[in-house]
Design a binder for this molecule. Structure first.
Ligand SMILES: Nc1ncnc2c1ncn2[C@@H]1O[C@H](COP(=O)(O)OS(=O)(=O)O)[C@@H](OP(=O)(O)O)[C@H]1O
Ligand SMILES: Nc1ncnc2c1ncn2[C@@H]1O[C@H](COP(=O)(O)OP(=O)(O)O)[C@@H](O)[C@H]1O
Length: 289
């Protein structure tokens, strides 16, 4: 069982009420949430409990052998120094990561745990996946509003928005979608490392790539939320008219129409139904140390 990420210093068992944060409809949103992967949390006035995972401590690891591919490393291969000057210990280890050779991880004495303490919250990634029109952006915004109003620092990485900048070189072909997911996963990891609650909201149709993003974070710090809304409903909503264009053959490779979507097998939270998410019971957690 995986633990759920702590979102901050909330009273254990407290509820994130989205009623102020979302549109006007008042019918409760139907949702099921799973705290640890597969472990159901109560919804709509329920309680979500989780085990607090201590902040990661940098562990010295042996240097990568030449040519060995490592996804990323925050441990080992360390060049460290204190903020105050040049007195810090340096353990210079050169490594190769992907196509980057002769690189050295530079470590600072201010770590994730220090930033979390400053912000009084725990950095984590809430990853919202689902078809176009399933309500990802709506939920991301509602979640951000709800947490913000509770004094929690959040940042949304929206697939559409990131494609306006960081990912503007990527198409919707499978390889580019995979790269889109990978990049957003890496950026989300940086936000979490900064102590921010990062809400990633993108179709992210491939299970393998989503799982790779999960693997970038300590256990419990990646909360996968699946918008389990049937294609038919998404298509009826069609707020941007894209499904219509896809059905007319004017957009090729549209997710759900003529491009695949692989639903999560074991996500932390499952959102379904047609109503606006008025209530989402979320994670919560043991107090921050
Ligand atoms: N071919 C195709 N398939 C799916 N979606 C398409 C496509 N072309 C453009 N769009 C618009 O791009 C938004 C999805 O971008 P993402 O970065 O989230 O997609 S992905 O994760 O790389 O699959 C998606 O936004 P959302 O509706 O917010 O999901 C669409 O508006
Ligand atoms: N739970 C919901 N019930 C009904 N309509 C919703 C819900 N969530 C979002 N919508 C509406 O569906 C449309 C698509 O929502 P959006 O958040 O843009 O989806 P996505 O980001 O997945 O494409 C919007 O018009 C939005 O107002």
């Amino acid at each position: 069982m995986k633990g759920m990420a702590a979102l901050g210093n909330q009273t254990p068992g407290s509820v994130l009420d989205f009623s102020e944060a979302v549109h006007a409809k008042s019918t409760p949103y139907k949702a099921a949430a799973f705290g640890s992967r597969g472990k159901k949390l109560e919804i709509c006035g329920g309680v979500a409990r989780s085990s607090f995972l201590p902040p990661i401590k940098a562990v010295e690891a042996s240097a990568n052998s030449k040519g060995k591919q490592a996804r990323s490393s925050s441990a080992g291969d360390v060049l460290s120094n204190d903020c105050g000057g040049f007195s810090g210990e340096s353990r210079l280890r050169v490594s190769t990561v992907g196509n980057s050779s002769n690189i050295v991880w530079h470590k600072c004495s201010i770590e994730k745990s220090d930033r979390q303490e400053l912000l009084n919250q725990k950095g984590c990634v809430i990853w919202i996946t689902g078809l176009s029109g399933s309500g990802k952006s709506t939920l991301a915004c509602a979640l951000s509003c709800a947490l913000h109003s509770r004094g929690k620092l959040t940042y949304i990485l929206d697939g559409d928005n990131c494609r306006h900048g960081l990912n503007q070189d990527l198409s919707f072909k499978a390889d580019d979608r995979a790269e889109n997911i990978r990049r957003i996963g890496e950026v989300a990891k940086l936000f979490a490392d900064a102590g921010v609650i990062c809400i990633a909201s993108l179709i992210s149709p491939f299970r393998k790539e989503r799982d790779a993003c999960r693997a970038l974070l300590p256990e419990g710090d990646f909360i996968e939320v699946y918008m389990d809304v049937p294609l038919q409903i998404c298509e009826e909503r069609d707020p941007k008219g894209l499904y219509k264009l896809a059905r007319a053959g004017k957009i090729k490779g549209f997710t759900g129409v003529d491009d695949p979507y692989e639903p999560p097998l074991n996500c932390e939270a499952l959102m379904y139904g047609e109503e606006i998410p008025r209530l989402l019971v979320h994670t919560v957690t043991q107090p921050f140390d």
